[in-house]
Design a protein around this ligand. Structure first.
Ligand code: XIL
Length: 360
């Protein structure tokens, strides 16, 4: 048994580069990172904004994280601190300290903040779930939330995901489990945009969702929603595509997502990019040079395709988290994974080089 494993490891080491996508051997971490060239950073190398979703707790406590955030990115999204339950836990209670912390940090370091997210079916606080009122009262609740939050950050946060994930995964209809849909009907979407625009007429307002790259059904539903809003004169300026994607996703689907969003003429934000390497949830999968190469190629393809859309529509690309150790994927999906361009210690992975190569 032992001999057999040694043989497998040796064979793997010899053929590792050829066995792409196999569960090939683990190399020591340094071999899975790329040499650091201090003169290069993502924010300097890329011709559009490159951002990350940031977690305040790690920002406060881990110097390596803080350093990489300051050095590499010029746009920040708060991973959780600007969501409804975090900002507005009671009907008459707003808790600003975490969102303020991120906004102050961004201002100190000269970084854009993208606001995420005003209205989402996930995480309505208990008081919203228990709220009793007619449609006018719900309308007022939503309006008050949007306008209170946007007014506080007016002049500091110039873009917002106004509505997040309103389209269902299957079938191309609305996500009917959303409390906003249930209380206000599909008009909650246009109302949210109108209220957001009233609060800050200068802010860029995005509709954010995932699955544009899954195939035509969800993508078309999202694009139809956006074009219907525009046809009604609703103030909407951008499409956020989350792109929680996987290394096995086809380039055809990824390109269709990016190019159809660009064809609307709106701002396009790849808003939550991560590329899973273990979408099938193999519990003993290990990160390997073969996977690293495919990861790199997928990052490069996405960046190359995005770089080819009109410059004035490139709002930017944001990765969801910074390094693999702070990715939401392993805890959310209960599996090992390595979806980001930085490893657990914030060293640059092959994917980092893929991002740079995407604009060459
Ligand atoms: C996730 C965060 O990363 C987690 O920490 C949190 O527990 C749940 O939300 N789509 C979104 C993001 O729009 O807000 C989600 O963020 C990931 C999926």
């Amino acid at each position: 048994m032992k001999k057999y494993s040694l043989f497998l490891i040796a064979t793997g080491l010899i053929f590792g580069g050829c066995l792409k996508g196999q569960n090939d051997p683990v190399f020591p971490s340094p071999e899975l990172t790329i040499p650091v060239d201090e003169s290069i950073t993502l924010q300097n190398a890329l011709p559009f904004k490159f951002g990350a979703a940031v977690n305040n707790n790690i920002l406060r406590t881990r110097a390596a994280y803080r350093d990489v955030v300051i050095k590499e990115f010029n746009s920040l999204t708060s991973e959780n601190a600007m969501k409804f339950a975090q900002l507005h836990p009671g009907e008459n209670t707003y808790t600003w300290s975490e969102a303020d912390y991120l906004v102050d940090f961004a201002q100190t370091h000269g970084k854009r903040v993208h606001g995420h997210t005003l209205i989402w079916h996930k995480n309505p606080p208990a008081w919203v779930q228990n709220f009793q009122g007619d449609a006018a009262a719900w309308d007022n609740l939503m309006k008050t939330h949007i306008q209170t939050v946007m007014s506080r950050y007016k002049g500091k946060v110039a873009s917002w995901d106004v509505v997040n994930e309103a389209i269902a995964n299957e079938g191309g209809g609305y996500r009917t489990e959303s409390i906003w849909y249930q209380k206000l009907g599909p008009e909650f979407i246009e109302k949210a945009f109108i209220y957001a625009h009233q609060a800050d007429p200068d802010a860029l307002l995005f509709y954010n969702d995932y699955g544009h790259e899954y195939g035509p059904t969800k993508r078309t539903a999202i694009l139809n929603l956006v074009s219907n809003l525009r046809a009604k004169g609703v103030p909407i300026h951008g499409i956020g595509m989350q792109f929680h994607t996987r290394y096995t996703q086809s380039n055809t689907n990824l390109a269709a997502a990016i190019n159809t969003a660009a064809a609307t003429g709106l701002q396009v934000h790849i808003a939550e990019l991560d590329i899973a390497l273990n979408p099938d949830g193999i519990q003993d999968l290990t990160y390997s040079s073969g996977l690293a190469e495919q990861h790199k190629a997928k990052y490069e393809f996405i960046v190359r395709t995005y770089n080819a859309i009109p410059k004035n529509q490139q709002f930017g690309i944001t990765t969801w988290n910074v390094g693999d150790s702070d990715s939401w994927i392993p805890s959310e999906y209960k599996r090992p994974d390595w979806p980001l361009p930085f490893d657990n210690n914030y060293q640059r992975k092959a994917a980092y080089q893929g991002i740079l190569d995407g604009v060459k």
